[in-house]
Design a protein around this ligand. Structure first.
Ligand code: GDP
Ligand code: MG
Length: 171
């Protein structure tokens, strides 16, 4: 029997960590080197098929990371079933910002929200500041799914969204 569900997903994280690039990779399988920074938020959709005839349609809000848009974030995460909080593995400060977003989601978003932590720019291994094990340990302690991704090469991008789709409960 076929089952279909629609989930709202919000992307959060500091500016420039690659939120828009991750969504573009997931939705269009493209990477644009030069892109305009997001103003307010962008809305996109993508469907993933799971085992056992399940299909999930994600309604994605790609938020702007700038401080001046911070007050808008609750509008996007309030009704979200899932969130992807993104940091850049080459910027240790961006992981600290992610931790603050996770805390805010865990206090103020819906109970049971599925949160994925994505350490992006995995292709820039030579500039890495955040060790994989440090981020993984934090993710485990905070109860988050964890992936290191590259929007540039596409590594782990589909895996991240597919794992989230598996974890969100179908009614
Ligand atoms: P956002 O502000 O979080 O939405 O970040 P963007 O998606 O606009 O990306 C910010 C910058 O990082 C852009 O110059 C992107 O080309 C670059 N970028 C994004 N993802 C990756 C990645 O996986 N690898 C590399 N090398 N650069 C990336
Ligand atoms: Mg953006």
């Amino acid at each position: 029997q076929e089952r279909f569900a629609q989930f709202k997903l919000v992307l959060l994280g500091e500016s420039f960590v690659g939120k828009s690039s991750l969504v573009t990779r997931f939705v269009k399988d493209e990477f644009l080197e030069q892109r305009e920074s997001t103003i307010g938020a962008a809305f996109l959709t993508q469907t993933v098929s799971l085992e056992d005839n399940k299909t999930v349609r994600f309604e994605i809000w790609d938020t702007a990371g700038q401080e001046r848009y911070k007050s808008l974030a609750p509008m996007y995460y309030r009704n979200a079933n899932c969130a992807v909080v993104v940091y850049d593995i080459t910027q240790a400060s961006s992981l600290e910002r992610s931790k603050a977003w996770v805390k805010e989601l865990q206090h103020r978003a819906a109970d049971g929200i599925i949160i994925g932590l994505a350490g992006n720019k995995l292709d820039l291994e030579d500039k890495r500041e955040v060790p994989t094990e440090e981020a993984r340990a934090y993710a485990e302690e905070a109860g988050l799914l964890f992936f290191e991704t590259s929007a540039l090469t596409g590594e782990n991008v589909l895996e991240l969204f597919t794992e989230i789709a598996r974890k969100v409960p179908f009614e």
